[in-house]
Design a protein around this ligand. Sequence first.
Ligand code: AMP
Ligand code: ZN
Length: 113
Amino acid sequence: MSCLFCEIVAGRIPARIAYQDDAMLAFHDINPQGPIHILVIPKRHITSVLDLTPADDELMGSLVRRATALSRAEGLADRGFRLVFNYGEDAGYSVYHIHLHLVGGRKLGWPPG
Ligand code: AMP
Ligand code: ZN
């Protein structure tokens, strides 16, 4: 089964990469919801937050810390930003490869739409 973000990891679909290492990749969202919108994903396919196991705890911790490092690099740490995992129809989850959204650079409404 083909997965869009696995294709990006493999380099078969282009993306504007913000960071990568052996375990993860961060790239700019193609349809940004703010001046800064970066997706941070594990390179290994995990379908969603519902599929996480204790064996993924370290990976997911490093994903969150990478997102906060990127928030600093993008100048968001002083003003604020949002980290989001969507899941399912109600949240509009559209790419079934787990991804952490880093969104910022504008005033973000709460509750989210
Ligand atoms: P979600 O709604 O949480 O599943 O978010 C999926 C995100 O992936 C959306 O914000 C899309 O704009 C983004 N997206 C879809 N295709 C691409 C792509 N080829 N490159 C970068 N971002 C993408
Ligand atoms: Zn995948």
